[in-house]
Design a protein around this ligand. Structure first.
Ligand code: HEC
Ligand code: HEC
Length: 192
């Protein structure tokens, strides 16, 4: 083989290899794959929903939780105490108490219903993702309704301004809603 010919073959092979590698890289990077991007965005949604301010009202059991470490609510508060005639509004008003230790507050303060308890506590990203798309578990809410809920519900908004002595949700509100929007726009693909 002549030298120039051999050289152009080598160059050709190198260019081909480069093209294959770049293609692969693009296919795997979330920037080029909207579903991967949506699955990655869901990790932000999961991080917010399982953070203390949200998790405390979305517990596994019938009792709301308190504080960052999620201890059961004092005074044996539960769905049962509400049934027995002590609504949450006995202590929780529609805005935060002014001093640490006073009850936080927002309109319609309460737990999700026992029929659709909307548990976030302890859920893996995949479990939470599947649950949010299961209409039995969401009380009939679909993904657009979920987006509307997290953008407007006073209890969600409260988590970003939880009053004195409480750590807000660890993700800025705009970042949380943008991540939810990205995930919903792709029909809610779930992480592995
Ligand atoms: C004071 C208790 C309380 C707090 C705090 C709270 N929630 Fe909720 N959440 C509820 C109740 C009650 C419902 C059901 C309301 C309904 O069906 O209209 C609900 C429903 C939801 C839903 C709908 C679930 C589904 O399956 O469709 C989402 C999402 C949600 N909350 C997210 C959050 C996020 C995010 C936070 C924190 C930033 C938060 N919640 C904080 C009480 C709370
Ligand atoms: C007897 C009064 C009383 C009743 C009734 C009551 N709470 Fe509370 N709750 C409090 C007080 C006081 C605090 C604040 C404790 C602190 O921060 O030191 C609190 C804190 C909480 C928190 C913690 C917020 C956080 O993330 O740290 C949640 C969640 C909560 N209550 C939910 C409920 C729910 C839901 C109901 C009704 C099922 C309810 N509470 C009924 C007095 C009450």
């Amino acid at each position: 083989m002549s030298r120039p010919r051999a050289r152009s073959l080598v160059l050709c092979a190198a260019a081909l290899a480069l093209a294959i590698i770049t293609q692969r890289g693009l296919a795997q990077s979330p920037a080029a794959d909207p579903d991967a991007q949506a699955r990655a965005a869901f990790l932000t949604v999961h991080r917010v929903l399982t953070s203390p301010r949200c998790r405390n009202c979305h517990p596994r059991g019938d009792r709301p939780l308190q504080f960052d470490d999620g201890v059961p609510h004092a005074q044996d508060i539960s769905r049962r105490s509400v049934q027995n005639g002590m609504p949450c509004s006995t202590c929780h008003r529609d805005r935060n108490g002014e001093l640490p230790g006073q009850p936080p507050g927002a309109p319609h303060w309460g737990l999700p219903p026992a029929s659709a308890p909307m548990v976030f506590e302890g859920k893996s990203p995949r479990e939470l993702c599947e649950q949010l798309k299961d209409k039995q578990a969401t009380g009939g809410r679909d993904l657009p309704a979920l987006l509307e809920h997290i953008e407007k519900d006073p209890l969600v908004l409260w988590g970003f301004r939880p009053g004195p002595g409480r750590t807000p949700v660890p993700v800025p509100f705009a970042q949380f809603t943008a991540a939810t929007r990205t995930w919903v726009a792709r029909g809610g693909p779930c992480p592995e």
